[in-house]
Design a protein around this ligand. Structure first.
Ligand SMILES: Nc1nc2c(ncn2[C@@H]2O[C@H](COP(=O)(O)OP(=O)(O)OP(=O)(O)O)[C@@H](O)[C@H]2O)c(=O)[nH]1
Length: 497
């Protein structure tokens, strides 16, 4: 079909852009692992042919209806039964890739999967132009993008969703995958393009316009861009906060030797990850333990006990590393031994007060099974006064597990604050690529626009807005065409003008 859009002529066909590309197939479930079911996907213009060959029939598959079919290999001149499989067919353009697609739900044995893969491979025939090959990594999603089924943010969202290890990572990938981020970017883009159109109108047709009119248009554009800048900044801040979820929230365990840091870590992880012993100074180096706490990816770090004096060089190095770890962590748990002569030794006290920059600290009085309630209360009061009530102070016993659940609940609350995750507001994760474009292209373009706008340079102001809009285009994969800008300019003219 040939159609004439409002401006310019463009060839338009109902066939997807990748129609003449090879037909690709791949196992979507784990390769080389035995499973109950293995899902094999095929996409491209020869999908129907593959279906007919495999099912040894000339019938067209029924769209979007699962049916049980026997699969055969017909390459040796006879029907060789391979498997009985659930078959699902999606006709273009209403499929994941925008092309004809077939899903085979095979029995998951390695030999079954291998035989069907081999049969499909044999159907390729270069001479007759039937190019069929195994898919490259991400090629199904690439086709979806090429055929306009998804923009780049959604493609990246799918990748993040597959990589998600925890509940919050899953939630943060959803905003990209379901197109919520795309909608935000499209709204920003529409605002910018509409302002480019205003400026283009001044540049191209503004000879007769009054100076006051031009000033008014610039003022209005500047106002809108300032508001947009705030919104982009808010988005970037939220992305920054959410980024913590991808790498894991770093939690350092600090305290005097023998306070019970390793034991507490093991209680939280429910594992014997760290070496526990009653010899002070057992932990000589920092140990990282990644784990999922209430849906948050967390990296717990056990550190060497910090004490004032030690001649042991290895221990000194351990203390140095413990301090470095705590300074880099997002949250520190300071473990206190109630039986110790000094509740907090001066070196540790000073470090907690001054060297932990973020002040995200929870103080834990451990070993409460060895002391009475009165002592715990007294120590709590002492610590509250020492740290001017800046930190949450709680108590635990690694022997009776008293206070462990409460500590975990406290930690979860902190994780929500650190990542700005609430019941009503999901974190937002975008790729490093998108993060860079947000700052280097969009915010930069808007800032430059505001600067040039103030000096009244309409041409440069328009150029800078273009830069910001192209940044959004880089994120979503769409470019700003002159036709689009002129379309907006002319749409504001009255009919007949
Ligand atoms: N009764 C009791 N003993 C505990 C508790 N927590 C730890 N301990 C004991 O205290 C001793 C030291 O525990 P660790 O977990 O190795 O202490 P740490 O702070 O990691 O020690 P360093 O590696 O030397 O810094 C061990 O004998 C533990 O069994 C607790 O809550 N109650």
């Amino acid at each position: 079909m040939l159609c004439r859009p409002s401006l310019g002529i463009r060839l338009y066909s109902s066939l997807p852009a990748t129609y003449y590309h090879p037909t690709i197939y791949a196992l979507s479930t784990s390769l080389g692992q035995k499973s109950a079911i293995a899902v094999l996907r095929i996409t491209g213009s020869h999908t129907k042919h593959i279906f007919q060959e495999l099912t040894a029939s000339t019938k067209t598959p029924i769209e979007r209806r699962a049916s049980l079919r026997n699969l055969y290999d017909n390459s040796q001149g006879k029907k060789n039964f391979l498997d009985s499989s659930l078959v699902l067919y999606f006709a273009n353009p209403k499929s994941y890739t925008g092309e004809d697609m077939l899903e085979l739900h095979l029995h998951g044995g390695r030999a079954v999967v291998k035989s069907v893969l081999k049969a499909i491979e044999r159907m390729g025939n270069m001479q007759s132009g039937r190019v069929i090959r195994y898919a490259l990594p991400g090629e199904f999603s690439q086709r979806a993008f090429q055929n306009g089924r998804m923009d780049l943010t959604q493609v990246e969202g799918v990748g993040e969703l597959i990589d998600a290890e925890t509940e919050t990572q899953r939630r943060s990938a959803v905003s990209s995958m379901t197109g919520q981020n795309k909608q935000i970017f499209e709204r920003w883009r529409a605002t910018i393009v509409s302002n480019i159109a205003q400026l283009t109108a001044i540049i191209d047709f503004g000879d007769d316009a009054e100076i006051e009119d031009i000033d008014q248009i610039l003022r209005a554009a500047s106002l809108q861009m300032r508001a947009l800048r705030k919104e982009v900044e808010r988005f970037v801040r939220k992305v920054d906060r959410s980024a913590i979820l991808q790498n894991g929230i770093k939690v350092a365990f600090l305290g005097s030797p023998n306070a019970g840091k390793s034991s507490l870590l093991n209680c939280i992880t429910n594992d014997d990850t760290s070496i526990v012993s009653n010899i002070p100074g057992t932990t000589r180096d920092s140990i990282d333990v990644p784990l999922d706490i209430n849906g948050f990816k967390v990296v717990l770090c056990d550190t060497a006990g910090i004490r004032d004096t030690t001649e042991d060089e290895i221990e000194q190095e351990g203390i140095k590393r413990a301090k470095a770890k705590a300074s880099q962590s997002d949250l520190a748990i300071v473990v206190v031994d109630p039986l110790s002569e000094q509740i907090l030794n001066p070196q540790l006290c000073e470090f907690v007060r001054t060297a932990i920059p973020h002040k995200q600290i929870i103080i834990v009085i451990n070993k409460v099974d060895l002391v009475d309630d009165g002592t715990v209360t007294k120590i709590k009061k002492y610590l509250q006064t020492s740290f001017e009530e800046q930190f949450v102070i709680t108590s635990t016993s690694c022997n009776t597990l008293e206070g462990i659940d409460y500590l975990v609940a406290q930690l979860s609350q902190r994780f929500e604050t650190l990542s700005e995750t609430t019941q009503d507001s999901d974190p937002i994760t975008v790729s490093k690529r998108v993060q860079e474009i947000l700052t280097n292209d969009i915010l930069f373009g808007i800032d430059e626009f505001l600067r040039t706008c103030e000096s009244g340079d309409v041409v440069m102001a328009s150029e800078n807005l273009n830069y910001a809009a192209e940044g959004i285009g880089k994120i979503t994969g769409e470019t700003v065409g002159i036709e689009e800008v002129l379309g907006i300019v002319f749409s504001r003219f009255c009919v007949g003008k």
